[in-house]
Design a protein around this ligand. Structure first.
Ligand code: GLY
Ligand code: MN
Length: 464
């Protein structure tokens, strides 16, 4: 946990931003795996962590803006619980650790909420994303579970997005720790990426590294020789020499700050000419995009710079043709790069995505495009110091997509389909780093994880 003053300041600022009413932050519950008492690992809600910091199930926080009071609610454990779980600090002690002096049981929470409703006061809450929370809110607020999300407070969403988007020094230090874990995960995966190895063996080892460093993986491991499938969680393939292995993985710290890094390496450790040609284009897109990051630049512009770099590189290889600017404007590059350049990173790996991607990545100046590819850009708005983002361009040869576009003769003025056909067995390449927007520009966070052809080949030979 951070110092109690951090949580006090965050709640104070939140009160200013929201202005009036009562703000309710439900914590998460344990979630059964295969029978009620056998649960998934507990993960606290990220906004709850941001304002109240307490990492345990079945608690809630309330910020009464009008009365300038903060509350922390939960049930103290009894002797039976102590026998199974060991002694625990009381709810009052936990509240005090994050600067909250008003504490009570979950029954007290119910009374407070009911009194607030009776007085006709506004209750703000964020859109819940777990069924158990929806049911709890139905019980507390008297709104049907299915309808609860409709009543989420836009004022609160905007306030939380404003605060959580700008990371302070303590948060950046946590993200750097999460990247350090990712360094060990990635360099270990590189060493293990040899022909004959089954993907799950590497995926399991790196997930274990995340756990051994203090947190779970920040999202299910993507580790595949079929990188043309963007979020491929199947780990049953045997590594073959001519394939590239996409490793897209990150970890949480004990405080749940995340990392999200992608490296793509040739199975066996040596790039072929064809692999190197495509790899260098993605690397150039990654590095050019990173260098373009600075305050006030719209991230959409950075995305388009990466798209142009990819289109220009593919033109050099004869896979695309025509005017690069026209091709990117039309969206032809999206055959090879059909996703957005990146997203915010923080307590969630796609930070605050549950609050609504358009509130996080778009604003009144920049709205979402409906063009294939560009429409998937999660973050488009102007950058500000303190934002942490991923930069993750890629090139993929997706046989079903190529087949469909070719059938439609789509963008035939920009795409050389006969050449593309020769790459249908290629797979995909993605390179992803986590970048902080600074006052003057950018800083790639964490210890450098090998990404040039030379550095990857060196590491895969077992050299430092
Ligand atoms: N690295 C996985 C994702 O950003 O969706
Ligand atoms: Mn990512």
């Amino acid at each position: 946990m951070f110092a109690r003053s951090v949580y006090i300041c965050r709640r104070k600022e939140l009160k200013k931003l929201v202005g009036s009413g009562l703000i309710f932050f439900p914590g998460n519950h344990d979630s059964p795996f295969n029978y009620p008492a056998n649960t998934y690992s507990f993960r606290q809600d990220s906004s709850f962590l941001y304002y109240f910091g307490i990492d345990q199930p079945e608690v809630a926080g309330v910020v009464d803006v009008d009365e300038n009071k903060d509350y922390f609610f939960g049930n103290d454990i009894d002797l039976d619980d102590i026998i199974w779980m060991g002694p625990q600090p009381s709810i009052a002690e936990k509240g005090a650790s994050v600067g909250v002096e008003h504490t009570g049981s979950l029954a007290d929470l119910q009374t407070l909420i009911q009194n607030t409703i009776r007085k006709g006061r506004k209750i703000h809450f964020l859109p819940p994303y777990k069924a158990r929370t929806l049911l709890w809110m139905e019980e507390l607020l008297g709104i049907r579970a299915q309808a609860v999300r409709q009543f989420a407070s836009v004022d609160l969403i905007k306030a939380v997005v404003k605060q959580r988007s700008v990371k302070d020094k303590g948060e950046i230090a946590e993200i750097k720790k999460a990247i350090e874990t990712a360094y060990y995960m990635h360099t270990t995966a590189m060493l293990l990426a040899q022909p004959g190895v089954v993907e799950r063996k590497i995926a399991g080892v790196i997930e274990g590294i995340a756990l051994s460093c203090g947190g779970p993986v920040s999202f299910p491991v993507i580790l595949t020789i079929n990188g043309q499938t963007l979020h491929n969680h199947y780990h049953g393939n045997v590594l073959k020499k001519e394939r590239m292995l996409v490793i897209d993985t990150g970890a949480e710290t004990e405080m749940h700050y995340t990392s999200d890094i992608t490296r793509t390496v040739p199975v066996g450790g040596k790039f072929s000419k064809r692999q190197k040609d495509i790899y260098e284009i993605v690397l150039e897109a990654n590095m050019k995009a990173i260098k373009a990051i600075k305050p006030d630049v719209p991230f959409k512009k950075v995305h388009l710079l990466a798209a142009k770099t990819i289109a220009e590189g593919l033109k050099g290889l004869g896979l695309m043709k025509g005017d690069t600017d026209d091709a990117v404007k039309a969206g032809a590059h999206a055959l090879f790069f059909p996703h957005g350049l990146g997203h915010m990173l923080g307590l969630d790996v796609h930070d605050m995505e549950g609050l609504g991607e358009n509130y996080v990545g778009y604003d009144s100046e920049i709205s979402r495009s409906d063009q294939f590819g560009l429409a998937f850009l999660r973050m488009a708005r102007k950058l500000e110091p303190g934002f942490v983002l991923t930069v993750e361009p890629g090139i993929y040869f997706i046989p079903a997509l190529v087949e469909q576009w070719k059938k439609e003769n789509k963008f035939e003025q920009f795409i050389n389909y006969s050449k593309v056909k020769q790459y249908l067995d290629f797979g995909g390449i993605r390179i992803e780093d986590d970048v902080l927007v600074t006052e003057k520009g950018y800083r790639v966070l964490g210890m450098p994880i090998p990404k040039t052809v030379a550095d990857i080949e060196k590491v895969m030979k077992g050299l430092k």
